[in-house]
Design a protein around this ligand. Structure first.
Ligand SMILES: [Ca+2]
Ligand SMILES: [Ca+2]
Ligand SMILES: [Ca+2]
Length: 735
C-alpha cells in the first residue's frame, strides 16, 4: 500500500508509530489547520445543536449525535450521516445523547450512532459502561441500528471513547455494546473486504442520493485503504450469526452485521464519515461506504395493530357467526388480513373511518361487514367473501372517509407473485405491502439488506426471515395513494369452483376450463387463490390446503358487456356461489351474490353489463325475456288500449322467481311502464317456472320504428337485471 498521500497530508506525524499516531490525531488535526492544508470549515465546530433537526414525529430515522463527526464541510453542515440520510430521503431527525432516556426510540425504524463523539456522549450512550437499555430494547424489538462506533478520534469529538481508558489497544476497558460486543483500539490503514456480496459492499439497494457504488479494494485513498486510519479498532465478543463485512489487515472485524432480538445491527470501527466529507478537505472524498451503509435499510412508520387487542379482539369477524369459517368467529382468531388492511390505511393517512372513529382493525372490520347478505353456501359483504378480504373495499373505505375528512384515497394496485426486488421497491416508494403467508397475512414495512421488516398482526415476529416465513411469501397485495379512478370489478367464488371473465374487448381472465390454465389477459387484472385463513390463536385446526376462494380483480374495467363462466375441474355437480363487487369511478359499490349448480355438459355462463359512470346502473345481470311469449314477431299495436305480456325466463343460472315484480319497468328504454300484474308459470315448456308480467301498452313509451324493447328490475336481494327482445310496432300513426 502506498502511503504517499498520507505522508503529504500528515507530515508532522511521520516519525511516530501507528498507535501513537492514533492517540495524537487531535494534535495532528490542529497542525494541519495551522499549515492551511484544510480550510477549517466546520473543523472546530461547536457541539451540534440538536435542535437543528428535532424529532417532531413521523421521522423514521434518529441520529444520536452530540457533535458533527470529525468536521463538516459547507455541503454537510450537520455532518456526513445527516447529509447522506437526507440525500437518501429517509425521514431523519437528531437526538442528543442526553435525551436518550426521555425519547421513545420505538417510534423510529432505524437509529444511527455517529462516530467520533465526545466523552460525555459515550458516557451517556453507555451508562455504567453498557449500551443504554433503550437502544438494546429498540433493536430487540425489531429496530435497525447503524452504529458508527469509531472512537479515539480527532475533530470536535476530540477523542472520546467507549471505554474507561482512552484508546485501549487491549479491549480490557471497553464498554459493552449491544449483544455483549466490545472493541479494542488498534489502528489500521489496510482494510479488506470480507463479504463481497454483502449489500453494503455490493451496492444492491435503492440509493436516491447517487452516492452509492460497489466498494472495491484497489488503491490507497479509494474505497477502503489509507484513510488516515481506515479503522480505529476491531470488535471482539461478537455474537453467533455475525457476518463480517470488512476486516483489518490482520483479518479482525472492523465492520459487521448481526441480528439481535428481531432487530439488526451494523457496527463499524471504520472512518466512514471521515472519508465521506474528505480528509482535511484536501484529499478526495469517498462517499461510497457510508452511502451504501445508509442504503442498506429503509423503514416505514407503519402503526402496528394486533388483531387480538381490545376492544376489537373479541368482535365477530366477518359474518363469522352465520357461516362456518375455518379460522373461527372472532377478530382474535381470524383478523390478520383486515388488521393488515387497517395498518396500510392508517399508514397512508386514512386515520378515520367515515364516522370519525379512528381507523383500526375494529372499525375496518365493522365497515367491511356492511351490506352483508348470505345464502346457504357463503356470506358476502362490502369487505368480505366467505372470510376472505375483498381488497378493493379498502379503497371504498378511504373514499367514504375522504368525502367527510378529505383524507387520502387509496386504491388497490396489484396482486402479484412475491418478488423481493419489487417488495423493496414498494417499500422504498413508501408503500407498505400486505404479504400472504400460509393461512396468515402480515405487512412488509421495511428492509435491511436482503431481509425485510414486518408488522405481524398476531405473532411476535418482526422479520420476514423468521423461520415461520422463510424470507418469502406466497404473494402480495399492494395499495397506493390515488387521486383518480376507483372503478373495478371483483369476482369471488368459493373453491373448488373457478370463474373465467370475458371483457367487452374479448380478453379473458380466470380459469379456462378448456385448457385448464389461468389467464390474466384483461388489462389490470389478477386472478388468485385466497387460501382460507387459519386460526391464528391455534384453537381450530388449520384449513385444508385447498380450502379458500378464487378471486378475480379487474381495475379500471372497460364499460360494456361481460360474461362470467363458472366451472369446476374437480366436482361435476357442484353447487356454487359467487359474488360480484362492482365499483363505479367514485367507488360506489354494487354488490351481487349468485348461486347455481353445475350441470355436466352445459356451460354455466352469466352475462352482465358494467358501467363505470357514477349514477348509472353499475352492474346489471342480462336475462332472457320473451315479449309476447310463444309468438313472433312481437307486434305492439300503438292503437291498442290493452296490455303487453312479457316473460322473464328461468335458465340454468337464473331463477325468474327471484325477481321483485314491483321493481320491474318495461318499454322503449326499460324505465317506462310498471307491471299491472305478474305471475309464475312455465311459458316455454321446459319444466321451469318463468315470470310473466303485463304492461299497459300506452305506458311503455313505444314509438313507430322502434325495433326492440327493454325490461329492467331488481331481484329481491338487489341485483339489477336487464333484458331486451325485438318488437314490430304497428298502428295508424306508423303507416
Ligand atoms: Ca485493502
Ligand atoms: Ca315472443
Ligand atoms: Ca320455463
Amino acid at each position: 500500500m502506498s502511503r504517499t498521500n498520507l505522508l503529504m497530508v500528515k507530515p508532522l506525524v511521520v516519525a511516530v508509530t501507528l498507535a501513537a499516531m492514533a492517540a495524537l490525531e487531535p494534535i495532528s488535526l490542529q497542525a494541519q489547520t495551522a499549515t492551511s492544508v484544510y480550510n477549517g470549515v466546520g473543523q472546530a465546530g461547536p457541539l451540534l445543536p440538536h435542535s437543528h433537526l428535532p424529532c417532531a414525529g413521523g421521522e423514521t430515522v434518529a441520529v444520536i449525535q452530540d457533535s458533527v463527526e470529525w468536521f463538516a464541510p459547507i455541503d454537510a453542515p450537520l455532518g456526513a450521516n445527516i447529509a447522506e440520510l437526507t440525500a437518501q430521503q429517509k425521514g431523519t431527525c437528531a437526538i442528543h445523547s442526553n435525551q436518550l432516556g426521555a425519547t421513545n426510540l420505538q417510534q423510529f425504524g432505524a437509529i444511527v450512532i455517529a462516530a467520533a463523539q465526545t466523552q460525555d456522549f459515550y458516557n451517556n450512550v453507555f451508562p455504567s459502561g453498557t449500551i443504554h437499555p433503550a437502544i438494546s430494547q429498540f433493536v430487540q424489538n425489531g429496530g435497525i441500528l447503524l452504529a458508527n462506533l469509531t472512537d479515539c478520534a480527532s475533530g470536535p469529538g476530540a477523542g472520546g471513547t467507549w471505554a474507561t481508558q482512552l484508546c485501549d489497544a487491549n479491549a480490557i476497558t471497553s464498554f459493552v455494546f449491544v449483544g455483549g460486543v466490545k472493541h479494542a483500539n488498534v489502528f489500521d490503514q489496510n482494510n479488506n473486504i470480507a463479504d463481497p456480496v454483502h449489500s453494503i459492499i455490493a451496492n444492491a439497494l435503492p440509493c436516491p442520493s447517487g452516492n452509492c457504488a460497489q466498494v472495491v479494494d484497489v488503491a490507497n485513498l479509494q474505497d477502503l485503504d489509507g484513510w488516515n486510519f481506515s479503522s480505529h479498532g476491531y470488535f471482539i465478543n461478537l455474537p453467533a450469526g455475525t457476518k463480517n463485512i470488512i476486516v483489518d489487515a490482520l483479518g479482525r472485524p472492523v465492520m459487521v452485521e448481526y441480528p439481535f432480538g428481531t432487530g439488526d445491527v451494523v457496527a463499524t470501527l471504520t472512518t466512514t464519515e471521515w472519508r465521506y466529507v474528505g480528509d482535511f478537505g484536501s484529499l478526495p472524498r469517498n462517499k461510497k461506504l457510508l452511502a451504501n451503509e445508509i442504503a442498506s435499510f429503509f423503514t416505514l412508520s407503519v402503526p402496528l395493530f394486533k388483531q387480538f387487542d381490545s376492544p376489537w379482539g373479541a368482535q365477530e369477524y366477518d359474518d363469522g357467526n352465520s357461516q362456518t369459517l375455518n379460522c373461527g368467529t372472532t377478530m382474535r382468531a381470524c383478523g390478520c388480513a383486515v388488521s393488515s388492511v387497517a395498518m396500510v390505511l392508517a399508514f397512508h393517512g386514512v386515520t378515520l373511518d367515515p364516522h370519525g372513529n379512528p381507523t383500526n382493525p375494529g372499525t375496518v372490520n365493522d365497515y367491511f361487514k356492511l351490506d352483508s347478505k348470505c345464502n346457504k353456501l357463503v356470506c358476502v359483504s362490502r369487505g368480505y367473501f366467505r372470510g376472505s378480504v375483498i381488497w378493493t373495499a379498502a379503497g371504498q373505505y378511504s373514499m367514504d372517509a375522504h368525502r367527510v375528512f378529505n383524507t387520502p384515497i387509496i386504491e388497490y394496485a396489484d396482486d402479484g407473485l412475491y418478488d423481493a426486488q419489487i417488495l423493496r421497491s414498494e417499500i422504498h416508494g413508501k408503500r407498505p405491502v400486505i404479504l400472504r403467508e400460509p393461512g396468515h397475512f402480515i405487512v412488509g414495512t421495511g428492509y435491511f439488506g436482503s431481509s425485510f421488516k414486518i408488522n405481524d398482526p398476531f405473532f411476535d415476529r418482526g422479520r420476514l426471515d423468521d423461520p415461520a416465513y422463510r424470507n418469502t411469501s406466497n404473494g402480495f397485495v399492494r395499495y397506493r395513494v390515488t387521486s383518480t379512478d376507483l372503478s373495478g370489478v371483483v369476482v369471488s367464488v368459493l373453491a373448488p369452483a373457478q370463474v373465467l371473465i370475458t371483457d367487452p374487448n374479448g380478453n379473458r381472465t380466470g380459469f379456462d376450463p378448456v385448457t385448464s390454465t389461468i389467464l390474466r389477459n384483461i388489462a389490470n387484472s389478477s386472478y388468485v387463490f385466497e387460501q382460507a385463513l387459519a386460526d391464528d390463536s391455534g384453537q381450530n385446526p388449520p384449513p385444508p390446503a385447498d380450502a379458500g376462494i378464487h378471486m378475480a380483480i379487474i381495475r379500471v374495467p372497460s364499460d360494456g358487456h361481460y360474461t362470467i363462466e363458472v366451472s369446476s375441474p374437480s366436482v361435476a355437480n357442484l353447487e356454487y356461489s359467487f359474488a360480484v363487487h362492482a365499483y363505479d369511478r367514485n367507488a360506489n359499490l354494487s354488490l351481487n351474490l349468485f348461486e347455481a349448480q353445475l350441470v355436466p355438459g352445459r356451460k354455466n355462463v352469466f352475462e352482465f353489463t358494467y358501467s363505470s359512470a357514477p349514477g348509472a346502473r353499475t352492474l346489471a345481470l342480462l336475462i332472457p325475456v320473451d315479449i309476447k311469449p310463444g309468438s313472433f314477431p312481437n307486434s305492439i299495436n300503438l292503437d291498442s288500449e290493452g296490455n303487453i305480456p312479457v316473460a322473464i325466463l328461468t335458465t340454468n343460472t337464473f331463477d325468474a322467481s327471484s325477481v321483485d315484480p314491483s321493481t320491474v319497468r318495461f318499454g322503449a328504454t326499460g324505465t317506462e311502464a310498471p307491471p299491472v300484474q305478474s305471475s309464475l308459470e312455465d311459458v316455454n315448456g321446459d319444466g321451469r317456472a318463468d315470470m310473466i308480467l303485463h304492461f299497459k301498452t300506452q305506458a311503455t313509451g313505444t314509438v313507430c320504428g322502434q325495433t326492440s324493447a327493454t325490461l329492467t328490475g331488481k331481484t329481491f336481494d338487489g341485483t339489477n337485471i336487464q333484458g331486451s327482445d325485438s318488437v314490430r310496432v304497428v298502428g295508424d300513426a306508423c303507416k
